[in-house]
Design a protein around this ligand. Structure first.
Ligand SMILES: [Cu+2]
Length: 119
């Protein structure tokens, strides 16, 4: 009987250990983007959750900051910034990929761009 309890205790502590180490690898970062509208928000959030190591992405329209939860053992902040730049948006110090930016609809272009329409 005691032996069985010991086995259960060992199994439970292994399980808790796995959970704790999984959480240790989780981090959150805020990245300033050049998003303009709700379409940009959707585009960035939906594409970023498919990036390697990304758990969650939420863009705040008032600040244009995207908060990304990610696994530190799978990716890093620069990968995340590059992922956003690849979509056509500035990400902190990383400028938007020009080809991807070109393909954005007029409402998603930067306000100082002559091709920008709306808002
Ligand atoms: Cu947009």
């Amino acid at each position: 009987m005691m032996k069985r309890i010991k086995i259960i205790v060992v199994l439970v502590s292994i399980f808790i250990g796995i959970k704790v180490s999984a959480q240790k690898n989780l981090a959150e970062v805020s990245i300033q983007t050049s998003a303009q509208c709700g379409m940009c928000k959707d585009r960035i959030e939906k594409n970023m959750v498919f990036e390697k190591g990304v758990v969650d992405a939420l863009l705040y329209m008032d600040t244009k900051i995207v908060v990304i939860k990610y696994k530190t053992n799978k990716t890093n902040i620069d990968n995340l910034r590059n992922g956003i730049a690849k979509l056509g948006y500035d990400a902190d110090n990383i400028p938007a990929d020009p080809k991807a930016y070109e393909k954005l609809p007029p409402c998603c272009k930067k306000p100082d761009d002559p091709n920008h329409v709306g808002h």
